[in-house]
Design a protein around this ligand. Structure first.
Ligand code: AHG
Ligand code: MN
Ligand code: MN
Length: 335
């Protein structure tokens, strides 16, 4: 049972036996994500000083080259994960192809693959609004001892062994699941320690928030247009309230706490939608389901989609169970 105020380090050790293939490696992997998140957090917190410290492409006062934060976050996560001899491959939203990691003695015998969106909501950086990191972890499916292949990365989301996100917000939090519910840890920046602040997080079964970029309304499918009108009608607990940050991690995190639905549909401009199945939708869907919520492409469960491409996009409807079911009903009726 998670104990409030426990540190993330204590929590990982205490819960290690819950992992399906408990060898301590997944614990070490989560540990390295925790470390990388601290480093990125430190840099994100300085983002407002960019005019003073130098902007991307410039050299700062200490002679360091300044980078865009998404490039920086990508490098930090990849370096941290590579150095641990646990991960055999990484795919990142920021990289065209997956990265093969050979591991100890060039043996290709590490077990896990990681998919990552190193900085989500990056357009919010310049305006001091929350951003995040999203990660997804699988066991490799090809034989140990051989280099990873595309097959290892194109696994359906229902095979994830762990997933989570970091939100660099008013507080920095890491929220993750290894298939035994969802727990949230808040960073105490003074001492660099994460504490269990949100044990066993549960998504309210319904809510009154809908989160969608309504500026794209004209391009939405008819089912989504009808659902939005339903959200705005006066009846029962409606009209719902609209909240949209434009950072999936932050929008999802708020909705998990308060109850709500997040929608990024396919549009006439982006017929597949905008969000990436492997780096964004699968890990967020995994957390949602672990917290009792739902994630769908409007018609089927996100986690059952068999990916065909690394950077595949997918329409995304995610949040309180009853709200997602209602939105799916509107999608079906508009077909
Ligand atoms: P990223 O910064 O990783 O490219 O992701 C941005 C995503 C997601 O976080 C957010 O919900 C969505 O894009 C916002 O898109 P719009 O600006 O089109 O609403
Ligand atoms: Mn993103
Ligand atoms: Mn990103």
């Amino acid at each position: 049972m998670p104990k409030k105020n426990q540190t993330l380090g204590e929590f990982i050790i205490e819960n290690q036996s819950e992992f399906q293939y408990s060898s301590g490696e997944l614990s070490r992997l989560i540990n390295s994500i925790r470390l990388a998140a601290k480093v990125v957090n430190h840099e994100v917190n300085k983002a407002g000083l960019v005019d003073i410290l130098g902007t991307a492409g410039e050299t700062n006062i200490q002679g360091e080259d300044q980078q865009k934060l998404d490039v920086y976050a990508n490098e930090v996560f990849i370096k941290t994960l590579t150095n641990r001899e646990i991960v055999c491959g990484i795919a990142s939203e920021e990289e065209d192809d997956f990265i093969t990691i050979k591991g100890r003695n060039e043996k290709n015998d590490n077990k896990y693959i990681v998919l990552i969106d190193p900085l989500d909501g990056s357009s919010n950086i310049d305006v001091n609004v929350s951003v995040g990191t999203i990660f997804s972890i699988y066991r490799r499916v090809t034989a140990s001892g051989t280099p990873v292949t595309m097959e290892d990365f194109l696994q359906p989301g229902n095979l994830q062994v762990a997933a989570g996100y970091i939100v660099y917000g008013t507080s920095t939090m890491i929220v993750y699941s290894t298939g035994h519910g969802v727990n949230g840890f808040t960073l105490n920046p003074a001492i660099g320690t994460y504490y269990l602040s949100h044990p066993n997080m549960r998504f309210p079964e319904t809510g009154n928030i809908y989160s969608v970029n309504e500026g794209n309304y004209i391009h939405f499918p008819q089912g989504v247009k009808n659902y939005i009108k339903y959200c705005q009608q006066e009846e029962g607990d409606r009209p719902y309230t609209s909240r949209y940050i434009g950072s999936l991690v932050s929008d999802f995190h708020r909705n998990m706490i308060k109850g709500g639905i997040y929608i990024y549909p396919n549009t006439s401009k982006d017929p597949e939608g905008k969000l990436r199945l492997l780096y964004e939708c699968n890990p967020i869907a995994y957390i949602a389901e672990q917290a009792g919520a739902k994630a769908s492409n409007g018609f089927m469960r996100i986690l059952d989609i068999k990916p065909t491409q690394l950077h595949q996009r997918v329409p995304f409807f995610c949040g309180s169970k009853l709200m997602v079911e209602k939105a799916e009903e509107f999608m079906k009726n508009a077909e």
